[in-house]
Design a protein around this ligand. Structure first.
Ligand code: ZN
Length: 277
């Protein structure tokens, strides 16, 4: 008779350490305390969760839609950003989007918001006109690697210049960044790049000349998309310059030391057209 050995099944008790908000543990003690208090009070928990997204683990881009009902566009949207731009599939249309850039050197203040380094405009003198409509520059910030792709490839970084019109509608200029010469137009920003999350903006002592920062050749891709961070709001007008700008290896590394990866993966194009002009 064959002897059958039955091994006892060990019921492994997994303690439920993996709560819904594991990554809170990585946040500041102050925030944890606030969350605990608010949870005990049974209020405002949702409000706290909206700010608590990331680029890795349980709060990474594929989970943004679950973190808060306000983020539903992140999963249910049909015009999401970023996208891969296939050069063979774009439609060439001269003067399709009438873009006019009105930038002059101006002051900014820097913040590290836990997701990127962002330079907030200190005043409203920089603006763009898209088909005659004015959008004022609110801020610029960086992603690494790039969020948009050209023919399936990422650049090492991408700059986003975020503008708003009088109704709050958003238009973003995107600039690809490749490794090369030191970018002197960003030296004032890189001199005081905030390594830790900031409570208060740090004012720059020098102006930043964004006009000089943009690529000389302003051939660009235009499409209708969204914010690339929660709540992934749509109806954002995107303009991505074809020509990249350069930053030195040291400048790129300085940013990547703070944010090794702060990009959202590319989203489905669906029925959208990308127009080059
Ligand atoms: Zn961005």
């Amino acid at each position: 008779m064959k002897k059958i050995l039955v091994y006892p099944i060990l019921a492994v008790m997994l303690s439920s350490v993996l709560g819904a908000c594991t990554s809170q543990n990585a946040q500041t003690p102050k925030l944890k305390e606030e969350q605990a208090t608010e949870k005990n009070a049974g209020t405002e928990v949702t409000k706290i969760n909206t700010s608590h997204w990331s680029y890795e683990g349980e709060t990474s881009p594929e989970h943004w839609g679950e973190l808060d009902p306000a983020n539903s566009a992140c999963v249910n949207g049909s015009e999401q950003s970023p996208i891969n731009i296939e050069f063979s599939q774009v439609e060439n249309e001269q003067d399709a989007e009438d873009l006019q850039i009105n930038y002059e050197p101006m002051l900014f203040s820097l913040m590290n918001n836990g997701h990127t380094v962002q330079a907030n405009a200190a005043g409203g003198s920089n603006s763009i006109l898209i088909e005659g409509k004015e959008y004022k520059l609110a801020q610029f910030h960086f992603h690494t690697p790039s969020e948009h792709q050209f023919n399936g490839k990422n650049y090492v970084m991408e700059l986003h210049l975020v503008h708003k019109d009088s109704n709050g509608k958003i238009a973003v200029l995107g600039v690809m960044i490749q490794e090369g010469e030191e970018n002197k137009n960003l030296a004032a920003v890189w001199d005081i790049l905030p390594k830790e999350e900031t409570d208060k903006d740090i004012p720059l002592n020098e102006t930043v000349d964004l006009k000089a920062l943009l690529p000389e050749d302003q051939t660009a891709f235009h499409y209708e998309g969204s914010l690339t961070t929660p709540p992934c709001t749509e109806e954002v007008k995107w303009t991505i310059f074809e020509m990249p700008i350069e930053m030195s290896k040291e400048q790129i590394e300085a940013f990547r030391k703070i944010f090794p990866d702060d990009h959202r993966p590319v989203q489905s194009l669906n029925n959208r057209k990308v127009i080059k002009s």
